[in-house]
Design a protein around this ligand. Structure first.
Ligand code: CDP
Length: 223
């Protein structure tokens, strides 16, 4: 049987993880997994049920009572919750603002981590997130940590939001990004940090294609 390979790509918000991970997955024919989408899905499901997203017991309850299904569609791992497949909804402002708090809840992390690990049953993965190399797949020989200066990351996120038609102010995007960085790297359970043995790539002045090729060369060189 072919050995399953999982490539773990971690890093802070707007470090280029999503575009890079999709590119690496497409080039290698691996399944792309956006682990943040699942934290956003838990948050979205709680909000639509009128649950207070600061109340961990209530959030965990709504999460465990919902029916989740996982499948692969167009080369990417996808999920449905309660029969719905949220996509655009996951990027909305109320979700964006509550997700870091929800992702800090140990009960939520346990559920998400277990479901992410089970995705290996579908095949080889490129999984992006905050704790993929440290917690979800610490045994993976292919770990990357993608970073970029906070100003550059805020600019990238701002451009993305403007392109998506959101009416955001640049300084507000910077503030919200800083707040999320702060929550993600200081939380008690599975904070964002560089995994042991991870290759750190600073993408501040690198093009997306260059980052993708760097990762592919490293993976193929290590194979
Ligand atoms: O798109 P962006 O990088 O800003 O965020 P995301 O990857 O969609 O993740 C949203 C939030 O989920 C993050 O701010 C983290 O709080 C949380 N998250 C996490 O805790 N662990 C992961 N593996 C992925 C996301």
């Amino acid at each position: 049987m072919e050995t399953v390979k999982t490539i773990a790509i971690d890093g802070p918000s707007a470090s280029g993880k999503s575009t890079v991970s999709k590119g690496v997955a497409a080039e290698l024919g691996f399944i792309y997994v956006d682990s943040g989408a699942l934290y956003r899905g838990v948050t979205w499901n709680a909000i639509r049920q009128g649950v207070d997203t600061k109340n961990a017991a209530a959030v965990v309850d709504s999460m465990l009572n919902a029916e989740w299904e996982f499948f692969v569609k167009d080369g990417a791992a996808t999920f449905s919750v309660g029969g719905d497949i949220p996509v655009q909804e996951l990027r909305e402002k109320d979700v964006r603002e509550a997700v870091a708090g929800v992702a800090a809840m140990p009960g939520v992390r346990k559920f998400v981590v277990e479901n992410l690990q089970a995705l290996e049953n579908f095949g080889s993965l490129v999984m992006e997130g905050r704790d993929i190399g440290t917690v979800v797949f610490p045994g993976s020989p292919y770990k990357f940590y993608l970073d970029a200066d906070p100003e550059e990351r805020a600019m990238r996120r701002y451009r993305e939001l403007v392109e998506a038609g959101e009416d955001e102010k640049a300084h507000e995007v910077m503030e919200s990004l800083k707040k999320r960085d702060q929550i993600d790297s200081t939380r008690k359970t599975d904070p964002l940090k560089v995994a042991e043995g991870a290759h750190v790539i600073d993408s501040t002045s690198m093009g997306i294609e260059e980052v993708i090729q760097t990762i592919i060369e490293t993976v193929q060189g290590a194979a």
